[in-house]
Design a protein around this ligand. Structure first.
Ligand code: PMM
Ligand code: PMM
Length: 549
């Protein structure tokens, strides 16, 4: 029952092992995000098929036939006992029976497209197929950034194409070296919470990060650079003791709403969107944590109020909840938030990741921290690199193995510890496409360590690490390619110490300078108290650092 002609005589043994298959998916018709989630669900519920990895989502320009909607593309890894032909039949069933795809013409619009890109048998040998209805590896994969970019997120950097024997990463670089705008992708994270009381039917409500890849004219190396506007996150602390506001808007919903409306009006000249980050429980070092009911009482009514406020254009507003508690996150999603902003990296409440996993349509900020609110300030030793502490760990930068242990121990430790939290998140079913990375300024970092983190932010997207898998056997490969970065330096102590200013509210000018620098270090979202003034800072910084020319 195998395809008639297999070039390499690697038979597909139906032994206890599983074949590994990489499938590229794309959609540009109908409710695109739901099509993709539905296709994943059907694959995951198919006998002898497990979806083991899913890439980020990318918005891409239609290739070959330009006159159609942009696509949302990605790649997934599947472990299966099925042979290539059976996988092909399964893909066709999902496309045409389950998702009712109607094919008008080649390369035209489609509700879902599932293409077999690569196929390895249970001994990890490449299966090459060439029949009239199936060719593996996919014949056009090497010309498609919308396939290779997401595929490289799932593979270790040395993984090579079975026929060219060149690393896939190198093939992707060759596409970008063409410097053709058509190959440029937008990384997207979903903010499609339909609990907006029906106000938002937009099935493609994503935060978008346009990643330009320019050729450095001198060094001939490729420079990845975000060229889309930086997102502005406005802190709305409804706590009585939040160290910067002193609780002046605590417990008076109309005052909180007035604050939100002021920020909404004051930022719309220079920001297309505004994110309101609703915080009901201070996370200042050693602060007393309010109880869950108190946190819910302080936050949920305001979220509902914002979503119901007719004066506000909901399509411009993104709401996040700053909480590490699962129940608060769950109720906030019900109330209409688009992002769970969790300073604990899912480590303070074991159920938090479950809530995020149940809602693949919203985004999640995965932050770096060590210990808990009362211990985090003392846990700021970063002398050793991850590879030094455990020789099973292999770290890469831009796909090259790093051996030098003196080289950036701080950022590498932060990335490695985030990679471990990332493993836990994915094990609970959180999708990579939901995740925004935050290095946690002021959390388990003192003074100048925060500046070092900011200067090394660009490394995060080029960092990857091979580390023991949580299942106990073999290694996982984690990278942060294309992950949006959020930073929250606003009014923090490390800024206050630098300018000898003990009053947080007087640190806004220095915060503005810090924010502009963060944009220069390729940050995608900045979290601030004084959003109105920072919207002007971002206008300047984006003009300087985000211009496409
Ligand atoms: N951006 C984009 N363009 C496209 N053009 C053609 C096809 C048709 O692909 P096929 O030849 O593998 O069916 N798929 C896409 C796609 O998924 N994304
Ligand atoms: N994602 C994210 N969320 C946060 N929430 C609270 C604080 C503590 O500062 P605050 O009390 O001024 O809000 N800092 C962060 C941060 O740095 N990143």
């Amino acid at each position: 029952d195998l395809p008639s002609q297999i070039i390499n005589n690697f038979s597909i043994t139906h032994d206890e092992g599983f074949n590994t298959v990489y499938l590229a998916f794309g959609s540009n018709v109908g409710d695109v995000f739901s099509n993709i989630v539905e296709a994943l669900k059907i694959l995951s519920s198919t006998k002898d098929v497990t979806v083991s990895k899913v890439s980020s989502l990318f918005q891409s320009n239609p290739m070959y036939f330009g006159d159609q909607r942009k696509f949302i593309n990605g790649v997934l890894e599947v472990k299966t006992k099925l042979n290539p032909d059976e996988v092909l039949q399964l893909c066709k069933k999902i496309e045409y029976e389950d998702l009712k795809r109607v094919k008008h013409f080649d390369n035209g619009p489609r509700s879902i497209d599932l293409d077999i890109i690569l196929f390895m048998n249970s001994k990890n040998e490449d299966i090459i197929v060439s029949t009239e209805n199936l060719v593996i590896p996919h014949p056009r994969m090497l010309e498609r950034s919308f396939v290779l970019e997401p595929l490289c997120e799932l593979l270790d950097p040395t993984f090579s194409h079975p026929i060219t024997t060149e690393p896939i990463l190198k093939h992707l670089e060759s596409i970008y070296r063409l410097q053709d705008e058509a190959n440029i992708l937008w990384k997207v994270t979903p903010i499609i919470n339909k609990n907006h009381y029906g106000k938002l039917s937009d099935t493609e409500r994503f935060m978008k990060y346009k990643n330009n890849v320019k050729l450095d004219p001198f060094k001939k190396t490729l420079i990845h650079q975000t060229v889309s506007p930086t997102y502005l996150m406005s802190i709305v602390n409804t706590t009585p003791d939040s160290f910067s506001d002193g609780g002046h808007i605590f417990n008076e919903i109309e005052k909180q709403m007035k604050f939100v409306e002021t920020v909404y009006e004051g930022t719309k000249a220079f920001r297309e969107n505004i994110i309101f980050d609703i915080g009901g429980c201070s996370t200042r070092p050693n602060s007393i944590q309010c109880c869950q009911e108190e946190e819910i009482d302080r936050t949920i009514p305001l979220i509902k109020g914002i979503r119901n406020n007719e004066k506000l254009d909901q399509s411009r507003i993104i709401i996040s909840i700053d909480t590490y508690r699962a129940e608060v996150a769950r109720q906030a999603i019900e109330a209409g938030v688009d992002i769970i902003n969790d300073i604990s990296g899912g480590s303070f409440d074991a159920e938090l990741f479950d809530v995020v996993a149940k809602n693949p349509q919203i985004s999640y900020v995965l932050s770096h921290i060590r210990g808990d609110i009362s211990t985090m300030s003392s846990l700021n030793e970063y002398e050793a690199t991850p590879s030094q502490s455990n020789e099973n760990i292999k770290e890469y930068l831009n796909g090259e193995l790093i051996n030098d242990n003196l080289f950036y121990p701080l950022i590498r430790s932060v990335c490695y510890e985030l990679a471990k939290r990332y493993q836990h998140a994915l094990q609970k079913g959180v999708k990579r496409w939901q995740i925004i990375i935050d290095p946690g300024l002021g959390f388990s970092k003192k003074g100048k360590q925060n500046l070092e983190i900011i200067k090394q932010l660009p490394l995060i997207k080029n960092y990857s690490v091979e580390l023991p898998s949580l299942k106990g056997e073999g290694n996982d490969y984690v990278n942060f390619a294309n992950m949006p970065i959020l930073v929250g330096p606003s009014r923090k102590k490390f800024i206050g110490d630098m300018i000898e200013e003990s009053e947080p509210v007087k640190r806004d000018f220095a915060t503005g300078a810090m924010i502009a620098s963060c944009v220069g270090f390729d940050t995608n979202i900045v979290r601030v108290h004084n959003a109105v003034d920072c919207s002007k800072v971002l206008k300047i910084a984006d003009e300087l650092y985000r211009s496409d020319d």
